[in-house]
Structure formats: structure tokens, C-alpha cells
Write a protein that binds this ligand. Structure first.
Ligand code: PLP
Length: 367
């Protein structure tokens, strides 16, 4: 079998190429590259799809987190709770606004922040919490919201990996005060460059975020506060408008692929497959298994030798990175997961025979 990448975008590109090329041509013919009609329309279409009042398209998912925290008034001296088992950008956004990240360990089944440990981490300085819907699986949002309401915390959902995922009958990202999405090319809804968006049902939060996006101004050259240049560009917005109508079908493709992996992994010793809670619709941004008995790195090497790419998300929990190491906190579950997790090849159109081959090679490698 030829080399198997962890993600293969060629299927969607082949399927959509004529539309993508038309959209590109129409943007360059129009000559409006920044804050044009495509950005406005994409915001309206994404808000309608998600079922949320306001969407503000931005330059990246990282900026979405930073801008959400600033729009909520988070500042130096405030504590913001999050998970250490995430991409660095989640914690980085907290530090970027000069607040202090406070880590709460994850639970091993869904790899998400352990709500049983949340209340113990709340102090009088705690102002916000950033739950991360890691790999596409939501947290128990009712429970999270009831705790955050009890303590008056702002909830900023990091939905970078879960566009289209659901909690009960709601899209994730629309339950807290803010939902922050990334359109990095490998995300479930990816642009062909950087991109991001925040959504909120609060008009004043949306207005602040829209100001921060363009140098802190509502009216050009009448800048009111220090902001950013964090706009989604027209070409990326035009591409995202073409891709958005396909997201449900693509997420279903990922779910079907995940079901196939789960069946193939039944009874395989040494591998723990990911699970999905009753209230969740998992969108499998990653299909991440745990490899027990200390065999993860060896397995990954053997698979690479067979031409199968896998990834370790994430090899170092955020609290162990150099800039946070001085906190000296211990997060045993995250630390164990960092040694065990392995993300397998997945994309919406992945073929069953490719998956069979991957699992067959895993079984052989573990023998
Ligand atoms: C990708 C990602 C981000 C950052 O998004 P960018 O668009 O790359 O800035 C933040 N949080 C998580 C969990 C991510 O996976």
C-alpha cells in the first residue's frame, strides 16, 4: 500500500476545485481583498449554521481566544482555568492578555477537563474558564455552565477542533459566552491559510470583538482602544463559504470512519479506543487511541516504517512546557496521556481498506 498520511485533503480539493477556482477568480476580479462581501456573508452563514446570534471572522483561532478574553474584560491578575492537555494556544491566549492560567487535569476517557476537579481550582481571582472540546468531543456543558454560573465565570469555549460537534441538541461553541473556532487548514472546517472566528449571543461582546479585530475602531481612523489587525481575508472567506455546506457530510464521514476503527480495534490488547458520551456528537477531528504498557513510541516507529503516519497530540502537557514549568503543578492524567496517546490517520473520505491495513499493522507491531 502507498504511504498513508494522517490527513488527506486531496479528496475535498478534487471534489470542489472548479468552485474554488471560480471563487478565487471572482475575488480577484472584484478587487476587494479585506472585509468584503464574502467575509460578511460567511459570518452570517456560519452563525445560521451554528445557531448563534453573532459571528466575528478573525485571522486565527488563537486570536479568537485572545480577543474573546479581552472582550470579556479579562486582565492582569485574573485567573483563567483551562486544561493542560491541549494545544499551547489555549493557555498562550490567557498569558497573552496577562492573566494567569490555572490548570485542571483531564479525565482519561474523553481527554477533556475533569469537571469533578473544577470547583476546587476556583479562587476569588478566577474570572473565566476555557473548556477545550478536544479532538472533537464535547464536555458535559450543562454541568460546566452550572458551575460557572454559580461562581460568575465567563465561559470561552475552545472549539478549534470541533466545528459542527454537538452537545445534546446544540452546536458546541454556542453554549458558553464565546465559542472560538480555528480554520487552520487541517481543522474539520479548514481554510487554505490561517483563519478563525468567534461567536457569541451577546451583542456587546460581539461589538467589542469586532472593534478589537480592526485596531480598536468602529469607524476607520477613529481608533478608540488598542486592538489588533486580525481580519479573515476575502479569499479565505470565499473558500470557507464553499466548504461550509459540506461540513455535516464530512463530519459524518469522520464518524463512520471512527465506527470502523472501533470495530476493528475490538479485542485488540494494548489499545484503548476513544469513547463518545451519550450527550455528545463527536466529530473526530482526531481519532486518538491510548497505547498502554509503554509501547506507544515503539509502535509509532514501526508504523512509520510501514508507511503509516501517526501523530502524538500532545507529547508535552502544557503545564510541563518551559514557560509554565515553574508552576510545578502535577497533572498525573495529562502526564500519562502524553505518554500513551496516538492519533491515527483519519479524514472524511478515508477508505475502509486503508483503515483495515492500519489496524492490521498495529496488531502485528504489538505482537
Ligand atoms: C488549532 C488550535 C488552536 C489555534 O488555532 P489557530 O487557528 O492555529 O491559531 C487553539 N486551540 C486548539 C485546541 C487548537 O487545536
Amino acid at each position: 500500500m502507498k504511504h498513508i498520511p494522517i490527513l488527506d485533503l486531496s479528496y475535498e480539493i478534487n471534489e470542489l476545485k472548479p468552485q474554488l477556482m471560480n471563487a478565487f477568480e471572482s475575488v480577484i476580479d472584484n478587487g476587494v481583498f479585506i472585509m468584503g462581501a464574502n467575509v460578511k456573508q460567511f459570518e452570517a452563514e456560519a452563525a445560521a449554521y451554528l445557531g448563534v446570534k453573532h459571528a466575528v471572522a478573525l485571522n486565527s483561532g488563537t486570536d479568537a481566544l485572545v480577543i474573546a478574553l479581552l472582550a470579556a474584560g479579562i486582565q492582569e491578575g485574573d485567573e483563567v482555568i483551562t486544561t493542560p492537555f491541549t494545544f499551547f494556544a489555549t493557555a498562550e491566549a490567557i498569558s497573552q492578555v496577562r492573566a494567569t492560567p490555572v490548570f485542571v487535569d483531564v479525565e482519561p476517557r474523553t481527554y477533556n477537563l475533569d469537571l469533578n476537579q473544577l470547583e476546587a481550582a476556583i479562587t476569588p481571582k478566577t474570572k473565566a474558564i476555557i473548556p477545550v472540546h478536544l479532538f472533537g468531543h464535547t464536555l458535559d456543558m450543562d454541568r460546566l455552565m452550572s458551575i460557572s454560573e454559580k461562581y460568575g465565570l465567563v465561559v470561552v469555549e475552545d472549539v478549534a477542533q470541533a466545528f459542527g460537534g454537538m452537545y445534546k441538541n446544540k452546536k458546541v461553541g454556542t453554549i458558553g459566552d464565546f465559542g472560538c473556532y480555528s480554520f487552520f487548514p487541517s481543522k474539520n472546517l479548514g481554510a487554505y491559510g490561517d483563519g478563525g472566528m468567534l461567536v457569541t449571543n451577546d451583542a456587546s461582546f460581539a461589538e467589542k470583538a469586532a472593534m478589537l479585530r480592526v485596531h480598536g475602531s468602529k469607524k476607520k481612523y477613529y481608533n478608540e482602544v488598542v486592538g489588533f489587525n486580525s481580519r479573515l481575508d476575502e479569499i479565505q472567506a470565499a473558500i470557507l463559504r464553499i466548504k461550509l455546506p459540506h461540513i455535516d457530510e464530512w463530519n459524518e464521514g469522520r464518524r463512520t470512519a471512527a465506527d470502523r476503527y472501533a470495530k476493528l480495534l475490538e479485542g485488540v490488547d494494548g489499545i484503548i479506543a476513544p469513547s463518545e458520551d451519550d450527550y455528545a456528537k463527536h466529530v473526530f477531528h482526531q481519532y486518538t487511541v491510548r497505547v498502554t504498557n509503554g509501547k506507544r513510541d515503539e509502535l509509532q516507529k514501526k508504523l512509520e516504517a510501514e508507511g503509516i503516519s501517526t501523530m502524538v497530540y500532545y507529547p508535552v502537557p502544557v503545564h510541563k512546557l518551559p514557560i509554565y514549568e515553574s508552576m510545578r503543578v502535577q497533572m498525573p492524567v495529562s502526564e500519562q496521556l502524553a505518554e500513551e496517546v496516538l492519533s491515527l490517520p483519519i479524514w472524511p473520505q478515508i477508505d475502509a481498506t486503508v483503515q483495515q491495513y492500519v489496524i492490521q499493522k498495529i496488531i502485528e507491531a504489538l505482537q
